[in-house]
Write a protein that binds this ligand. Structure first.
Ligand code: PAF
Length: 281
């Protein structure tokens, strides 16, 4: 596995693959890899000839009071995992390599970027869209793989690719969960034993919604009410949002008549966790 630190080397590796006619699959990550990331690598492996990944804790998607400096970083472990999964090359740029100073150009997917996590994390999706566009320009992948756990991120990246006519196919892989239902996240590492238990309320609330939906409930207000009742039982967890939205434009829907996204974000202590569920009538 080649570990590439510069844009130039990475472009060369990707061009060399392209000129052999190989399809390049990219898995962008911020490191602190878990089974969710590895499922993306395996999907990339199944659909591409050359597997590229990136590890870059992107400062522009963190707010001033968020966890950029303490975000878990363990490059040696991550590289060993990626090597074992058969990744061909990994792009590990520095902040200086990715953001020449001053950087004045941003990608903003208007409207969508202010919904769901964008409401409480202003600027977050501008940082995500910008860095993902940059990674696409560096690696020129044929396919790029993202996790369904960040459902708003998926909608925003899909819209950016469509609006900017980017030549990349976006593939989305299912959420990977712990046996008790907690969605895998690099931020789960912040939780102590009690918080780890409390964090299960996100999955419980989504499961309750799924259960009521399967019994025939289609009204968003009733489903959200039932989910919020689960949160009221765990006062240590502070709900940020629980919303039922269109998965493509993230606008709220009052009744579930088509494929719909049920999305939640909550603070467990100071750790902000997200999870979601897709409902198909
Ligand atoms: O999902 C993530 O880990 C990040 O938001 C991404 C897509 C790698 C951009 O920094």
């Amino acid at each position: 596995m080649k570990v590439l630190r510069t844009i130039e080397e990475t472009r060369k590796a990707s061009r060399a693959a392209g000129s052999r006619g190989a399809r390049v699959g990219l898995v962008p990550t911020m490191g602190a890899l878990h089974e969710g990331h590895l499922s993306l690598i395996r999907a990339a492996k199944a659909q591409s000839d050359v597997i590229a990944a990136s590890i870059f804790v992107n400062p522009t998607q963190f707010g001033p009071n968020e966890d950029f400096t303490r975000y878990p970083r363990d490059l040696d472990r991550d590289l060993a995992l990626l090597e074992r999964e058969g990744v061909d090359f990994i792009f590990v740029p520095s902040v200086e390599e990715m953001y020449p100073q001053p950087s004045n150009t941003w990608v903003t997917v208007e409207g969508l970027s202010e919904r769901l996590c964008g409401k409480s994390r202003p600027g977050h999706f501008r940082g995500v869209a910008t860095v993902v566009a940059k990674l696409f320009n560096v690696v020129s992948p044929h396919l790029a793989f993202f996790g369904q756990k960040d459902a708003a991120q998926v909608a925003i990246i899909r819209r950016m690719v469509r609006d900017l006519n980017l030549q990349v196919q976006i593939e989305v892989c299912p959420i990977v969960r712990e046996p008790d239902g907690l969605a895998l996240s690099s931020r789960n590492a912040y939780l102590d034993a009690q918080q780890r238990k409390d964090a299960l309320v996100l999955f419980r609330a989504l499961s309750r919604v799924q259960e009521l939906f399967e019994k025939g409930e289609r009204g968003s207000a009733a489903l959200i009410g039932a989910a919020k009742a689960e949160f009221q039982r765990i006062p240590a967890v502070r709900l940020d949002y629980f919303e039922i939205v269109d998965p493509d434009d993230l606008t709220t829907v009052s009744a579930i008549n088509q494929r719909t996204l049920v999305a939640v974000a909550a603070f467990v202590g100071s750790t902000r966790l997200i999870d979601n569920l897709l409902l198909e009538p």
